[in-house]
Design a protein around this ligand. Structure first.
Ligand SMILES: [Zn+2]
Length: 213
């Protein structure tokens, strides 16, 4: 069974998630916006081995801690899709634009939509293409746990901004309607900022993208 722990990072209170299999003593970190001591403290307190860092998209507040965490734990950085390559190559520009601390550029293991990876023992992670907020954004879907790590694509009652370079509201709307809203309604949304939600909740009440009748 997966245990989810949320640790907000950066000035934007980005929801970094530690996904842990406490029996297998294995963990992943999704979207480490910064490398803060809380992560290692949590891993040590539960005797967990970090297996990988997974990313939803290339914005600095989601990826800024990736390089140093990956180097210290000797783990791969997996995702997003290659459409976010420019964002990851120019983290210095993002630091200026967002007013966040600088992070070195890095190249992750790019993923492709539809890919299924067993990132924790017996737990499959499906890659869902989620262009709109960024070109190479993805969501990580974990069917066995009914969870979706949806980054900044969909929020409780809202959606991600599309006014950044490479953003497109038309793409975002298509992502949400054609892919996310087709997932089971009970699927819990682990959003990049703010509270969690569910697919069913957003289909009915989202202020920007409702399910089509
Ligand atoms: Zn973002």
């Amino acid at each position: 069974m997966l245990t989810i722990t949320t640790i907000p990072t950066t000035a934007f209170a980005q929801n970094t998630r530690i996904l842990a299999d406490l029996n297998a003593k294995s963990a992943l970190i999704c979207d480490p916006g910064a490398d803060i001591p809380d992560f290692d403290e949590y891993l040590q307190a539960h005797a967990l081995t970090l297996k990988a860092i997974i990313l939803t998209h290339g914005h600095l507040d989601h990826v800024g801690g990736s390089s140093s965490l990956a180097a210290r734990h000797q783990v791969p950085i997996i995702g997003p899709a290659s459409g976010d390559q420019q964002l990851l190559e120019r983290l210095d520009l993002q630091a200026q634009a967002f007013g966040l601390p600088k992070a070195p550029p890095f190249s992750p293991q790019w993923v492709t939509p539809g890919q299924v990876l067993e990132l924790l023992p017996g737990t499959q992670f499906q890659v869902i293409a989620a262009p709109g907020h960024t070109p190479g954004g993805i969501c990580w879907y974990i069917p066995s746990a009914q969870l979706l790590l949806c980054g900044d694509t969909l929020f409780a009652g809202s959606v991600g901004r599309t006014d950044f370079p490479g953003g497109s509201f038309a793409d975002l709307e298509a992502t949400i309607r054609q892919r996310l809203y087709r997932l089971p309604e009970a699927t819990r949304l682990l959003c990049g900022h703010g509270p969690d939600s569910t697919i069913g909740q957003e289909k009915r009440y989202n202020a920007f993208v409702r399910a089509e009748d």
